[in-house]
Write a protein that binds this ligand. Structure first.
Ligand SMILES: [Zn+2]
Length: 417
């Protein structure tokens, strides 16, 4: 029998970074993700799951049929992503297990890389525990190889214990970190009635609310003329662009908001007197406020037109993704299943926090596969201080086994009131 920790360490060593700069439509963005995919297919075959396969776009699918007498149970999907973020190198990851006794953690004495307890106060929760850490020179990739390790360990244990279970659908995806993780996902072929991504953080926290998201490209059409002879003629698009931005609420930006507070984020601006372009993203958990924000961008454009003439400002707003809660709110038994599975795994008070972003699960939910997000046990994702507590990984395995337990599925899903 393997262990979840050995799995995480084994998977973390496989270089599988995705690439923001891959041309649109290319899946996967990097060929190295196939190394991860092929390893996982091999391991699934060793577990006796013959149908495990990787497709041409690097999606790994596998299905474990229901045990006799459990065919009536819903087919539960388990999904994790194989890529690591390009934001921090994931090459030559050298995981190490450190027994944490409190205080700062020296990750790399030679390079003087230290994880400061004062900077990461949540470390306090793990005093006395073993942590899977990096050597300080790379990320760990517990995001999301913690999720992969938890899923495969749980399935291995269920199979070797010959425990009864319904159909289990397993999916490992490429390119989540660059926002393309579900582009090639075959919801139909996956065959689950509903699913969970294991792509969260702390093992006590699960998620079923995401932002509603749109992007807006605002173009200001100015009028350029020699500055020496431009009195009452020039319309400087850059200055008008600044004026446009000042029509938006100044405190509703990412730097001033948290929790359920939405924002406008000006992420790029370029131009000259003749023309200026601003690129925004708009985010809000509430659909009503999301619509109001989009309308506010159009109203600001009309206001600019009133000041400088028709056709001066044009805002093109495009929706990107929606809060999965808009759909999940009518299927809260699936959220309840997640919560009860966590409690069954010994987590006394599971918490849920609104994601200030999107997940693969939110895309899948809108493709027809309901998909809340479960924790994958990692902390400080996307950086050199990423770590995963061993106890948390083990609790994750218990959570997945609970999630698949016939008794819980019967009670929460089949007999929902
Ligand atoms: Zn992730």
């Amino acid at each position: 029998m393997d262990t979840v920790v050995n799995r995480l360490i084994r998977y973390a060593k496989v270089y599988s970074e995705s690439d923001y700069h891959a041309p649109a439509g290319v899946l996967p963005s990097t060929a190295c993700q196939f190394d991860m995919a092929r390893l996982l297919v091999e391991e699934l075959h060793i577990l006796g799951i013959e149908n495990a396969r990787v497709d041409a776009q690097c999606y790994v699918y596998a299905a474990v049929p229901a045990t006799p007498g459990c065919e009536h149970l819903p087919a539960v999907g388990l999904i994790a992503h194989m890529d690591t973020t390009p934001d921090m190198t994931g090459k030559d990851v050298k995981p190490q297990i450190i027994h944490y006794e409190g205080g700062d953690i020296v990750l790399n004495a030679g390079k003087n890389i230290v994880m400061q307890a004062s900077q990461f106060p949540e470390l306090q929760k793990f005093v006395g525990q073993d942590l899977v850490c990096t050597d300080g020179t790379t990320l760990l990739g517990a995001d999301d190889k913690g999720g992969i390790a938890i899923i495969l360990q749980a399935v291995e244990e269920l199979l070797s214990e010959k425990a009864p279970h319904g159909k289990i659908c397993i999916g490992f995806t490429p390119d989540e970190e660059i926002g393309r993780g579900t582009d090639g996902f075959d919801v139909e072929g996956f065959g689950a009635d509903f699913a969970f991504t294991l792509d969260g953080g702390d093992i006590t926290d699960y998620e079923y609310e995401t932002f509603n998201a749109a992007k807006a490209v605002v173009t200001i059409h100015g009028f350029s003329i020699h500055p020496g002879t431009s009195k009452d003629k020039m319309k400087n698009a850059i200055l008008i662009a600044n004026e446009y931005n000042s029509l938006l609420p100044p405190l509703e930006t990412p730097a001033h908001t948290e929790g359920y507070q939405g924002f406008f984020h000006l992420q790029e601006m370029h131009g000259k007197a003749e023309e200026a372009v601003m690129e925004y993203i708009i985010r809000d958990h509430s659909m009503e406020r999301f619509q109001q924000r989009k309308a506010a961008m159009q109203e600001a454009a009309r206001q600019i037109d009133r000041r400088y003439g028709p056709g001066t400002a044009a805002a093109v707003v495009t929706d990107q993704y929606y809060n999965m809660y808009e759909i999940l709110k009518d299927h809260m038994e699936i959220v309840q299943l997640a919560e009860e599975a966590m409690k069954g795994a010994g987590i006394e008070n599971p918490t849920h926090s609104p994601i200030r972003g999107g997940t693969d699960g939110c895309m899948l939910t809108y493709k027809g596969l309901l998909c809340p997000n479960l924790p994958s046990a990692g902390h400080n994702a996307h950086g050199r201080f990423e770590y995963a507590p061993v106890e948390s990984l083990k609790t994750g395995v218990k959570t997945v086994k609970q999630l698949l337990s016939p008794a819980l599925l019967e009670r929460v899903i089949l007999h929902k009131s």
